[in-house]
Write a protein that binds this ligand. Structure first.
Ligand code: PAF
Length: 310
């Protein structure tokens, strides 16, 4: 191991949390898991975490707890819960005894606000660094998490967060997880938002893997229209994202993660709340503020919200 071991907390052992925990553990770091479920935390302490990679299965021994106050001082805590659970995770993290860098990696708009809301006054003790990730992982029907595509994570390096973002990116990089630090995260955030509002609702509604959106003419047309609507709002917000760039981002992501079950389809399948409030709903709210009609986004957002568990 060429780097020194660090202590990392993974908040929420879902698909992305498992991926990060196992990879960071395999790179020699000490990994702790903060979970909301006592049963699952007990299971993780007994069995560890399992990840299926291109080259075989990896198992990580980690220490799991439901009590943030029990966690030792950590170099980094990666908040991996889904958007609807962010405020609860923040409330749990408010008990952390030691200041740390809290890295968010969720899709959507309003992520830091939701975490801050849960943290309350404790937010001021930590460095809150936002990121955008293209990592793709999902949990199969057998319960095993598969690392589908090892794609970049982009971290917010705006001052005064830059050194903390760089330290976090170095940690991820030490585990073979590509990470870069951006002076301004907004272009990356909007590009990813265009990807998520274009891919996630459609895959959940049509019950197709991401690649089908690139392959099927009818779905590709819908996906590209959704991406263009997101780009229009980005421009209204002062972020330079052309229709062509947003379309290409959505198409590239659908192809690069062709075998993936999108996170929203995973949520619907598992009967969990989806992230639609942080994607379509949040985008429509901003669009209304700018007087922009988004017919395609309004349609899929309403349909996802009407799904039983959304
Ligand atoms: O939310 C997701 O599923 C992912 O962000 C992406 C890139 C659409 C791949 O499935």
């Amino acid at each position: 191991m060429a780097h020194s071991p660090h202590r990392i907390v993974i908040v929420g052992p879902g698909a992305i949390g498992t991926l990060l925990a196992v990879r960071l553990h395999a790179a020699g770091h000490e990994v702790h898991v903060l979970d909301h479920s006592p049963d699952r935390a007990a299971r993780l302490n007994r069995d560890g975490l399992l990840l299926e990679t291109e080259t075989g299965r990896l198992r990580a021994r980690c220490r799991a707890t439901t009590r943030a106050a029990d966690l030792p001082a950590a170099d980094l805590a990666v908040v991996c819960v889904k958007c609807p659970a962010l405020a609860d995770a923040g409330r749990q993290l408010a008990d952390l005894a030691h200041p740390t860098t809290l890295l968010t990696i969720q899709n959507g708009l309003g992520v830091l606000d939701a975490l801050r809301q849960g943290l309350g006054a404790a937010a001021a003790r930590h460095r809150l660094v936002a990121s955008v990730t293209y990592q793709a992982a999902n949990r199969g029907p057998d319960g095993i998490v598969r690392h589908v595509a090892n794609l970049p994570t982009l971290l917010d390096g705006s001052p005064p967060l830059r050194p903390h973002a760089e330290a976090a990116a170095t940690l991820l990089g030490s585990a073979g997880l590509p990470a870069t630090v951006e002076d301004d995260l907004r272009p990356a955030l909007w590009r990813k938002l265009a990807v998520n509002v274009a891919i996630n609702p459609l895959t959940a509604l049509e019950e197709v893997r991401n690649g089908q959106l690139a392959e099927r003419d009818d779905l590709r047309r819908q996906m590209l229209a959704l991406a263009r609507e997101a780009a229009a709002v980005a421009r209204a917000e002062g972020v330079a994202l052309s229709d062509q760039q947003a379309e290409a981002a959505a198409l590239d992501a659908a192809r690069a993660t062709a075998d993936n079950v999108s996170s929203m389809w995973q949520d619907v399948r598992a009967g969990r709340a989806t992230e639609i409030e942080f994607l379509g709903t949040a985008l429509l709210r901003l669009a209304a503020h700018h007087g922009l009609p988004l017919p395609a986004t309004a349609d899929v957002t309403a349909r996802v919200r009407a799904l039983k568990h959304a």
